[in-house]
Design a protein. Sequence first.
Length: 86
Amino acid sequence: MDIGAGIVLYAIIWFMTLYVVLPIRLTTQGDVNDVTPGTPAGAPHSVNMRRKMLITTIAAAVVWAIAASIIISGIIPVETFDIMGG
């Protein structure tokens, strides 16, 4: 795996992890009974994106390290995923 593939793999894992982390401990405006006019009650009250991005970065780094070590060691070769036969 070259450096470009490693960066792309990390970016994909980071965004997938972000989608998992975003709804964790989410407080909606309906939960707090402080609905801003013009917004749905399910809209977030406080998101705390800085903390969620930090958690995402750390979790994605761990998952990426595991995935990269499996690919680099050859336990699961990249050719296994070649579905087009190229």
